[in-house]
Design a binder for this molecule. Sequence first.
Ligand code: DC
Length: 634
Amino acid sequence: MRVPGDKSISHRAVILAGIAGGETTVTGFLPSDDCLCTLAAMRAVGAEIDPLDGQTEGRPELLRIRGVAGRLQAPEGTIDCGNSGTAMRLLSGLLAAQPFASTLVGDASLSGRPMGRIITPLSAMGARMRGQGDRQTAPLEIEGGKLRPIEYSMPVASAQVKSAILLAGLFAEGETWVVQPAVTRDHSERMLRHFGVPVLQEGQRIGVRGPAVLKGRDFVVPGDISSAAFWLVAAAAAPGSDLTIEGVGLNETRAGVLAVLRRMGVSMAVEVCGGEDGEPWGNIRVRGGALKGTVIEGAEIANVIDEIPVLAVAAALAEGETVIRDAAELRVKESDRIHEVVRRLQAMGAEVEEKEDGMRIQGGRPLHGAEVSSEGDHRIAMAFAIAGLFASGHTKVTDVGCVATSYPGFDRELARFLEGKYPVIAIDGPAASGKSSVARIIAERLGWSVVNSGAFYRGFTWAVLQAGVDPADHGAVEALASEIDFSGGIEGTETVVRVEGRTLRDELTSPAVNAAVSEIARVASVRQRMVGQFRALAEAGPLVMEGRDIGSVVFPDTRYKLYIQASPEVREQRRSAQGQNDSIRERDRSDSERDSSPLRVAEGARVIDSSQLSLSGTAEAAFEALREQGLVIS
Ligand code: DC
């Protein structure tokens, strides 16, 4: 599998490319809620950022950024950092050094997190900024102005504080230094060098010389090892599993989770594939087996801080004791991660003791399902989804919208983990039974793609007619099949069919196509070709696919099968209400009587008669049936 782009690196790529002169293409950007806040903030100060993958509204992964060459504009209104501590702290450093005022706000969780740790050093540089109350929390009001360089010894090892000071230092005259008490992630340093700014380093002292202007240069964001960690644990704790995650960032200031898992007895192979000059990346292969307890403490903590929730789950599944200490920092994360993790593990039957700076887990007790809330913390939500894979009975994680903070699409991958492959919902039935509308509703609710397999047969039929070939002449149709440039696939949420580069839409339901499609669908070699394409689509993500033989021939092994039917009278009415001239009864006969994959109720399919049902009634009946077939639907 692959995981989405690294969150820390994505924030930094947008900020640094945004202040650089010239253009940068960022590939593999993590379009999570957190990083999209940083993207919006950089737009607000003048950076031009365009998605290049057509995802204008959605979640782009390919960006073109034209930076402001060090001359930021005053933003209009406040800058919203959402749930993101990285956004708020890094942007504070940047904005404190600008000749304009700005205000940074965040959601309830972020507004409870301490910002004094950046206000103190930035104030020492001459910044005029303040938070709210004793704990100096957001909203942060920044007056902005000229800063002087300092040397600052961080009391707590924090890459965000270090990065904020270095960013401010780019705009101060002279050398700004940060001394870190333990090694913290060094993405900012690597990326500054990538953008042409020398980074000074003497042991744990890290500095920049200002003023410095960055030069735009294309950047590739590797997969996020913190996201990979969930699957690494899931695979490692399941004897017999064998998982390779490709394209993961392997920066050694982030890869501590691999060392911890090795100590826990996990058999692992790591292959570095590239990026040694910037961010190293490669493939991680893990095999499942018995886990044993370990100690996670001291300087290692900063390196595994985001992975501790899921490592605590691994510890509960391991034999023996695991101790996590020196991790008080976890109490001021998106939630109090020590307390929240301990409580949830206990709720699932684990033996865990909460400590001021960590926890002690006595592993090996079987976990049982429970209902656990995420407390709005994405890593807790995902860690306990993984725990649920190993718990007996039903586990329900609630309040999971926060997962999009760092891992949009996590639930799709979780479904794949549960079943060993991406799940498919197969919906068959005769023409106009309502199956395509129901398929859409289901796909939308689950966030899966929907495929109208009939559109493939229709597109191919259009091409046959266009070529002047008689549909009844199966030999000629077969001959044409190998010549035509035909492709079908999913774009966004739509099934798209192209012939010779032309995208077909209204053509697919023309009277001529309606009349000929069933004849074409009888041709075995045409069917074979389509079936190959349908199965390939299921390799890329979870699908709802509707047609005639989806449950019986294309995906006979799927657990989720529906057969939606309605009386011929009702279906004829529906077609004419759609303004279509379609000889339903004739197609029914041809589709069910043909030799090759005739329309029939697949083994294990649930039959729903929609004759007397509204569309929403049919959809409800479908959800009910899918639940009974074991699908988890929230
Ligand atoms: O779903 P539809 O009415 O658009 O399908 C058009 C024709 O395509 C249908 O009459 C038979 C054929 N078809 C098929 O044979 N197998 C499928 N899986 C889907 C459609």
